[in-house]
Design a protein around this ligand. Structure first.
Ligand code: 4GW
Ligand code: MN
Length: 298
């Protein structure tokens, strides 16, 4: 439950939430959660916020930062005192890869411009998710990442890091600690600024060389964490996908992927414009890869 650099790995049973709550309430911490709902992904916002109200940082000051290109699609929520919804209108990008990757730039810019004035920590997550058990201050630390549910048990050689040496996201086969998920990371505003700034700059360098890392923002995040190791690591309890089943060791599923009907939610035109799309999307949906079933002997 600890990494070789003494970062705790957060599993159910590894902490006492009462002690942690006493510490974090004493500090009066404020938490921002960033989430992107671009194009049709606005459909996920309602469940996301409703379940977060039940399970995410209950009793703390929380700002929901919803980045969207469809401001009118985001309904109003009545939130208790100390919790608020902040809608940030942002540009949209044509390619879905860019939609997910540009999150780094937008988080960076807003961290620099405003988040540091409003919150102490940022939690940066996917929107196609629901909270189904408590996620509290046990996750907070200077900079944290989450073990990808498809690879927490995998050998280093099987991690889907970027393997082309020309890419800034390149990780050699004999390096890398864990395979971190792109859908849940965070830390202090300053540390998230450094992380997102690194990832965005690395992406831009690659873009200038007509390169895009295999798993987009996730690949750059993994590169960052290789040389700037997280101070806390969240177990896959904090990013699960029921497509992997419910293994016995998984005592809690706190933050779980909402199954998406890819064609309806994602941009259908992409399929027509790019014949390789379906194949690529199947590859992209590696949350649902059969790898884990092999690992579990299922
Ligand atoms: C394919 O057509 C697409 S669209 C792949 C991602 C798309 C997308 C993603 C989008 O149209 N709008 C959007 O807001 N996003 C954001 O990027 C959203 O916050 C989502 O959770 C995040 C990552 O994309 P994803 O959840 O689809 O990625 P996976 O399947 O790896 O969880
Ligand atoms: Mn997702």
């Amino acid at each position: 439950m600890t990494t070789p650099w003494f970062a705790p790995i957060i599993w159910n049973g590894s902490y006492n939430i009462d002690i942690l709550n006493a510490q974090f309430h004493q500090r009066n911490v404020r938490i921002g959660i960033t989430v992107f709902a671009i194009k049709k992904y606005t459909v996920f916002i309602k469940t996301f916020i409703e379940t977060a109200e039940q399970f995410f940082m209950v009793g703390y000051k929380v700002n929901y930062y919803v980045f969207t290109d469809r401001v009118n699609d985001i309904s109003n929520f009545t939130l208790p005192e100390g919790r608020q919804l902040v809608i940030l209108e942002v540009p949209t990008y044509k390619r879905w890869q860019e939609v997910t990757m540009r999150r780094m730039e937008m988080i960076r810019d807003h961290a620099y411009q405003r988040f540091y004035k409003e919150v102490d920590y940022l939690v940066c997550v996917d929107v196609d998710m629901r909270f189904s058990d408590s996620v509290g201050v046990e996750i907070l630390s200077d900079v944290f990442g989450t073990l990808h549910p498809g690879f927490y048990n995998a050998q280093r050689g099987h991690f889907t890091y970027e393997r082309r040496q020309q890419s800034t996201a390149y990780i050699p086969t004999d390096e890398g600690d864990f395979y971190y998920a792109g859908g849940n990371f965070g830390g202090t505003v300053e540390e998230v600024y450094k992380l997102t700034n690194f990832c965005h700059n690395a992406m831009m360098t690659d873009k200038n060389n007509s390169l895009e890392a295999i798993w987009h923002d996730e690949s750059y995040l993994n590169k960052y964490f290789l040389y700037h190791k997280p101070t806390k690591i969240l177990s896959p309890e904090y990013l699960w996908d029921n497509g992997f089943g419910v293994p016995q060791f998984l005592q809690r599923r706190r933050f779980v992927a909402v199954p998406k009907n890819s064609n309806a939610i994602r941009n259908k035109r992409a399929l027509q414009e790019n014949p390789g799309y379906q194949k690529e999307k199947n590859l992209k949906f590696h949350l649902g890869s059969p790898y884990i079933f092999q690992q579990l002997g299922l």
